[in-house]
Design a protein around this ligand. Sequence first.
Ligand code: F0G
Length: 477
Amino acid sequence: MTEHASEGAAVSASQSCIEPDCGASFHLDERIYVCPRCGGLLEIVRPPENVGEAKALRAVWEARLSSRDARDQSGVWRFRELLPFTDDAPVISLREGNTPLYDAPRAAGYCGLGALQLKHQGANPTGSFKDTGMTTAVTQAVRLGARTVACASTGNTAASLAAYAARARLQCAILVPRGQVSHAKLAQSLDYGAHVFELDGNFDDAMRVVRELAADESTYLVNSINPFRLEGQKTVAAELLEQCGWRAPDHLIMPGGNLGNSSAFGKGFKELLELGLTDRLPRITVVQAEGAAPLATLFDERRAGQSAPEQILAGELTPVEQPQTLATAIKIGAPVSWKKALRAVLASGGRVLSVSEQEIADAKAIIGRDGVGCEPASATTVAGIRRLVTEGFIGTGERVVAVLTGHLLKDTDYVINYHRGTLFLDGDRGEDQSRPETREARRITGAYANAPRRVQASGAAILEHIKRAEEGSVGET
Ligand code: F0G
């Protein structure tokens, strides 16, 4: 345990093992990533009574909205009473957070809902939700005196870490699966000056190697196994709740990859409930891509067997050996934080499900039609909601928020191929002529395709086209 002098009261916090049979607790300054006693995941624990009173907290957070202080302008550090840092922490920030909550009428109609809101974390400085956790993880790295920060990544964690490491003037080592990261994400990491290592293998291999690397004293690991990452990400629950007038939505739907973000939202909402900032939890539902859905499989098996939550959490997850999905951000077979995420889902009465590549692709195009857009992984949410409305798990009049995790421009190859009708299941773009017999079966149908058209260089030709398109869309919502 350690004492902190934060604004107002002194508070205490520790790193604590999540395994009920262990529960060991460690000082905040210990550079550990899993429990040294039992190997369980760690989380930051602080007694809620030391944080402050709900009404006063709301007022302080709101007042900071008009402040020019760099910390107040960050959507993460504005909620610093929830964070395990003292007031003199060497904050590394790019003004992350403060992301919009959009109404999405077209996506709502697609899902069969009266209304749907999209919390767009792609509006962060490096274009993904990772920034909200990287600000706290890199701040902790600086506090601990690390020289190098490192991560394994499908691209977004890498881009985000590279940016924050550059701000902190730290060395940055990034491990990515070769050929499986979008160009945009790779470009970001290179431009921010990181050492980028392309590994032969998949994300899960990169994760194993980066854990070896972190055994070296000089290197600090900032994947979401690091509990300080999740502390930053959990503040998004407070930001969202504030945007909802402190009335929790009925359902919160999130994509699942390594399962850090759903863990963080779960922790955030649980703490906000304990603090009296909300009187209930939203049901947290995690959506995975069919070819990379180990948690959805576990959830289905145990639900069919009617297992109690403790039993499910005491069990093991069977990894997917060769995960497959065009949503490369979530192409993960052995998610590190599955226990924390599942705990959050079960505590809130949510679900875990998987959706197909075709469903993801169409949902993504629909999100675009609301003028919002996102990267493929984020679109699992709208695809999942549509399913759950059909199944009756989500009522048509319920308040639903989908969390979009990455910006549309993170993977433009995917977008262009969808709209041109050249998006193929195994990502070969249809160039693999060795299997012509399966080519059509592997093609994703661009049900909402919007391919560019070649026209004569004449205004009249273009006007004619627009007129025809308008006539064709009469009655469309
Ligand atoms: N959406 C996007 C756009 C992501 O980049 C990721 C994860 C997720 C969803 C899943 O979040 O892992 O917390 O369950 N990307 C990681 C990376 C793995 O390396 O960028 P999660």
